[in-house]
Design a binder for this molecule. Structure first.
Ligand SMILES: [Zn+2]
Length: 115
């Protein structure tokens, strides 16, 4: 393996990953457990399906609001798409030929989406 020259840092980390600062900028600081529990208790979900109205949308496991979407994994007109939390990877949203389901609606399953 070629050793990097003096003053020239081996920067595979910067190439493959985002820096800690960038990550912090996108995701913010992690919410404390106590804050998260309080926030979970204040979520109000009214209606169902496409008429659904949620007072707050975030990952029930870590409080993060950023979600990565898979894109449609089935061919049209089938719909199978999911969204995972950008921080912890928890499945937060799911649509399987159905209106979107959010993990916050699955309180009785410990915020796990079960189909
Ligand atoms: Zn999360």
């Amino acid at each position: 393996m070629k050793r990097p020259k003096r003053g020239q840092r081996e920067n595979w980390y910067q190439r493959c990953h985002v820096s800690r600062r960038t990550k912090l900028y996108f995701l913010g600081r992690k919410m404390s457990r106590k804050k998260l529990r309080t926030r979970l208790a204040t979520v109000v979900i009214t209606g169902w399906g496409n008429e659904k109205d949620m007072s707050d949308v975030f990952c029930p496991k870590c409080g993060c609001e950023a979600t990565r979407y898979s894109g449609n994994m089935a061919s049209y007109p089938e719909l199978w798409e999911y969204g995972r939390c950008a921080r912890c990877g928890h499945l937060v949203e799911m649509a399987d030929n159905s209106p979107w389901i959010h993990a916050l609606e699955c309180k009785e399953n410990g915020y796990e989406i079960v189909i």
